[in-house]
Design a protein around this ligand. Structure first.
Ligand code: RTP
Ligand code: MG
Length: 155
């Protein structure tokens, strides 16, 4: 299996409530077409508590209340994506936070095409490897790759 020779990275991606009805299938299709493996996938309506914890880094921001409300308003699709350089590649696919800026600088990005505005912007992606690991654990619990499982003492 040639995959063994290439270090894979994991990231957490979310299709946000504004994109679920109209754009979910298209986004999933593009994720696959871009060479990501969807290692875990879960469609869920976030509770207020979970949304607050998920975005706790933004607790002090003026948009925090609106952000939490928005993330709870309907189903989200949570995805654990695996690929070389997955964190950066998924962020590049998303484009800038603000779709007006995305349309200028990255017209092919998901946010340029599907986002409504800077808050309702269709997709989330972990911002770095550490953040990805933390959010993957929070959303999917303790999971490990086959390689990690096999590196134990086998008892
Ligand atoms: P995300 O965390 O969702 O992947 O987005 P991001 O890194 O591009 O942007 P971030 O600064 O982490 O903001 C998190 C989410 O908060 C909402 N937001 N609203 N009204 C506003 O000015 C504003 N700014 C950010 C967006 O939903 C953004 O994705
Ligand atoms: Mg962020």
């Amino acid at each position: 299996e040639i995959d063994f020779f290439f270090p894979k990275q994991r990231t957490l991606a979310v299709i946000k409530p504004d994109a679920m009805e109209e754009h979910k299938e298209k986004i999933l299709e593009e994720i696959h077409a871009s060479g990501f493996s969807v290692t875990q996938l879960k469609e869920t309506v976030l509770s207020r508590e979970v949304a607050e914890e998920f975005y706790k880094e933004h607790r002090e921001k003026p948009f925090f209340g609106q952000l939490v409300e928005f993330m709870c308003r309907g189903p989200c699709m949570m995805l654990l994506l695996t690929k070389e350089n997955a964190v950066e590649e998924w962020r590049a696919m998303m484009g800038p936070t603000d779709p007006d800026q995305a349309k200028e600088t990255s017209p092919n990005s998901l946010r340029a095409r599907f986002a409504c505005d800077i808050l309702h912007n269709s997709v989330h992606g972990a911002s770095n490897e550490q953040h990805a690991a933390e959010k993957i654990r929070f959303i999917f619990g303790e999971i490990c790759t086959e390689a990690e499982a096999n590196s134990g003492d086998g008892q």
